[in-house]
Design a protein. Structure first.
Ligand code: 7RM
Length: 631
């Protein structure tokens, strides 16, 4: 694999990747362990869409994450696990041990009927068993579908149902800061509506009392005693599914984004090593939960493919205090640290007294992901955490892209606060106006699309290929549409400006307004609601919900509290509205479409420039909403 070490080399590699993409990617793929080499590198069209990489190639990604390292670095730490409480002992798991644990659990899955192509839902806290479960699925060719532990029972049930999972892997509970999360009881609630699930494997973490359903529920610790630590890896085709990961869209239920084995493997390792300029022996810490794509690609697969030491942290940045990240960095001598702007902003707000006690001298590279980083947070991170010595890589990518697409290469690309800078080799960004006309040259702003496939691109949305086509490949002909607005400045640097559709990035978590509205509407008094985003100092965006109360309840404050509880119950705490306004109507066009543009302006406090409201069915409702706006 060609590791880029200079700016000249970046430009040369970039050019090659555009002029001869198949030769370029074949070179990157050559260093992996393939059971059988591919016959053809790429076949594609964006109309189907139909994208295939490394056609005919046979492999198993876990042989590349684990077996391949055993001879050379079997005793090296593969994963450092840092528990929620600093007083609890963590774990260091070597490549040899991780290999054995994965094989054992893979045998447990097999014993309970999982085979190649079956879907397994994983709903777990940030404990090593989560990574083991993910890799165990991959070992036997079962397709993992990890659901973030912060989602509630109905979000979990939707996902289990959509992927038709037969097995769920969970834990009794999880620790997050001062809270205990009762995961198993959420699974029990979800499975009331998922009769297809026949087995639930439960890891013990908090020791909370759980209800074990006879014949269905089994303890992880008991099951692994019944199997061997030898599990030959299943031979997979490059284009066999590796995993499904649900992501929110503008409308309807979340989509199951599908990634396949060969292309994803090549792409995450390539981007991991080049973006972060990983050196053998480095300790890498990605703070994302494995329930999100960042955790899949840069906590589990990328670092393990590279033979790195990856850190998994169970807790939160502010427990027991706002110095926890910095404490963990010193404790484990972290070299590369990758987190989200929302975490940086919240820690910045707590003051420097939480940073001062720590040396942070092991750090070499810093990264951010998930949302635009504002210049102030970037400078704070650069100065106080990186001590002005560590390059910051602002990495832009999506669940659908599998890995990073636009980012500086650490220490190589000249950075500018707020800019993801240049596309990685193999990535061909295009900016278009709303009508789809390509914006040529620099100093332009439009919608971000990509014109050519890269190995990590989404292949389909599970069970509904048409939805994949309509969401990503239909808006602009022959382009993959990202849903993001973007500016290309005079230097050709890319700056992502944010979503142009009805999804919201709250604290770096992608949420669909429609999903939140559906949860709110579960409240018996709410007949209709509309959710929009408003700028939030720490979270990036906050959630503003306009709700129509059918019964005109007088106790507005308790109604608002009930609405929050309802969202918590049906979707999870991450979707909690920051502001709720009870209204008697919503601004709708004569065709019945909610005019979110107007609601967004009101939520932003910009009531003087609401624009043309003459097409509204009932313009008077706008006046009422403006008057009652929550500021
Ligand atoms: C990795 C991830 C994807 C959306 C994406 C953007 C936003 C992500 C950045 C960013 C500005 C960044 N996957 N986004 N990274 N915006 N700068 N460096 O977050 O599927 O959950 O979200 O996140 O809007 O479309 S995701």
């Amino acid at each position: 694999m060609s590791r880029i070490t200079s700016l000249e080399q970046y430009h040369a590699e970039y050019r090659k990747s555009i002029e001869q993409p198949e030769i370029f990617w074949a070179e990157q793929a050559a260093e992996f362990t393939w059971r059988k080499k591919w016959n053809k590198v790429l076949e594609w069209n964006f109309t189907g869409p139909d994208v295939k990489w490394f056609i005919g190639g046979k492999l198993n990604i876990t042989e590349n994450c684990l077996d391949r390292h055993l001879a050379e670095r079997g005793d090296q730490t593969a994963m450092i696990w840092e528990p929620n409480s600093p007083d609890e002992a963590g774990r260091k798991i070597s490549y040899k041990e991780l290999h054995a644990e994965v094989c054992r659990f893979a045998n447990v899955l097999k014993k309970h009927g999982a085979k190649k192509g079956d879907r397994v839902c994983i709903y777990m806290p940030m404990i090593p068993e989560l990574a083991v479960a993910v890799l165990a699925c991959a070992r036997i060719g079962a397709i993992h579908s990890v659901v973030f532990g912060g989602f509630s029972f109905s979000s979990l049930a939707d996902r289990v149902h959509d992927a038709d999972c037969r097995i769920v892997v969970t834990a009794d509970g999880g620790f997050r800061g001062a809270k205990d999360i009762p995961l198993k009881s959420v699974v029990d609630e979800a499975l009331k509506t998922c009769p297809s699930v026949t087995k639930v494997l439960v890891a013990k973490r908090t020791g909370v009392a759980v209800n074990m359903v006879e014949g269905r529920d089994l303890w992880w610790s008991e099951e692994i005693k019944t199997v061997s630590a030898d599990c030959p890896a299943e031979e997979m085709d490059s284009e066999d599914m590796l995993f499904i990961l649900y992501t929110s869209g503008s409308t309807g239920k979340p989509k199951g984004v599908v990634h396949t084995c060969g292309g994803y493997m090549v792409y995450v390792k390539y981007t991991f090593e080049n973006v972060f300029q990983y050196n053998p022996g480095d300790v890498f810490w990605c703070t994302a939960d494995v329930g999100w794509v960042t955790g899949h690609s840069y906590l589990v697969y990328g670092p393990l493919l590279a033979g790195a030491t990856t850190v998994m942290f169970e807790g939160i940045p502010t427990f027991p205090d706002a110095g926890r990240f910095w404490h963990v960095i010193d404790k484990h001598k972290v070299n590369i640290f990758y987190t989200a702007p929302t975490a940086i902003r919240s820690l910045e707000a707590m003051g420097l007294d939480f940073v001062k006690p720590y040396k942070l001298d092991s750090l070499r590279v810093l990264g951010t992901v998930g949302e635009p980083i504002n210049a102030e947070a970037w400078e704070w991170y650069h100065k106080n955490i990186g001590k002005e010595k560590c390059p910051i890589v602002d990495t832009w990518w999506q669940t659908e892209t599998g890995g990073i697409l636009i980012s500086p290469l650490a220490g190589i690309t000249k950075t500018k606060p707020g800019f993801a800078t240049w596309p990685l080799p193999g990535v061909q960004p295009v900016l278009v106006d709303e009508a789809g006309n390509e914006l040529q040259g620099n100093g332009v702003e439009g919608r971000l699309c990509i014109r050519f496939p890269w190995p990590g691109i989404i292949r389909t949305t599970y069970g509904n290929h048409e939805r994949c086509r309509a969401t990503y490949f239909e808006t602009y002909k022959n382009l993959y549409f990202t849903g993001d607005g973007c500016r290309r400045d005079e230097d050709g640097y890319y700056r992502i400006t944010g979503r142009v559709d009805d999804v919201i990035k709250v604290s770096g978590h992608l949420l669909g307004t429609a999903e939140i509205e559906n949860a709110i509407n579960e409240h018996p008094d709410i007949v209709e609601s509309a959710v929009v985003a408003f700028p939030h100092d720490i979270k990036g965006w906050g959630i503003y919900a306009f709700c129509i109360d059918e019964n005109g309840r007088k106790d507005v404050e308790s109604l608002k509290k009930e609405i929050i509880d309802t969202v918590n119950k049906y979707m999870g705490p991450i979707a909690k509205p920051d502001k709720i306004q009870i209204v008697t109507g919503l601004p709708k066009t004569r065709s019945g479409k909610i005019m979110r543009r107007i609601l967004r302006k009101i939520a932003e406090g910009e009531t003087s420039s609401l624009g043309d409201i003459s097409t509204l069915l009932d313009p008077a409702v706008v006046e009422e909403i403006v008057k009652g706006a929550v500021m």
